[in-house]
Design a protein around this ligand. Sequence first.
Ligand code: DC
Length: 224
Amino acid sequence: MQKIDVVTVDGPAGAGKSVATRRLAERLGIEYLNTGAMYRAIALCALRENVALTDADALTRIARERRLESRSGRVFLDDEDVSDAVRSPKVSQSVKYPAGAPSVRAILVEKQREIGLSRPIATEGRDQGTVVFPDALCKFYLTASPKERARRRFGEYQRRGETVDFDELLRQIVERDRQDSEREIGPLKRPEDAVSIDSDGKTVEEVVAEMERIVREKRREAGF
Ligand code: DC
């Protein structure tokens, strides 16, 4: 298979994919793509427009008709930077609907593929190494234990001044793992050819350094 100059980072919610992938992209001087933010942007749009989240056709229309773009690691919905708005607890609770709609996935997968074919990227999500970029040069599967992931999410909310219950957060993470893994299309699954990294007890810097070393080696071997 002809490889393309794309780095994929898949893994469960809260494993540290966003921060690690963003920093990795910075170090490599390539673009960062946050595909979870794309699914979240569809949910945000539906919430704002009072569209029923269970209406897959309406969600598909949003995905098709609204302009969803990724620029410098930020996600834009019709030119509005919604990168922060899509992180709200309400959007987090609603994102399973667009993520579970096969027709929405088909549209977003195509957009992601287009982006990755146009320039080198480091992209994070659930299906990047399996479905969207099976031909990616370098694939990672980043994990951490549910408790560690809940602690990280808890810290994120606290820093933003939002109050959430830790046990509730842990319950949501376990539930989201289940939904992500059991989804028929684009489920969370370790790509067979991915390098697995467990981020428990590791700093972001350690994780990124390990990834960077592997990517540089693979890029050198491939002549990119
Ligand atoms: O990584 P995140 O928490 O921002 O992802 C939000 C949701 O979107 C999550 O429930 C899984 C889903 N998702 C997906 O189905 N496929 C992707 N490539 C990325 C995220």
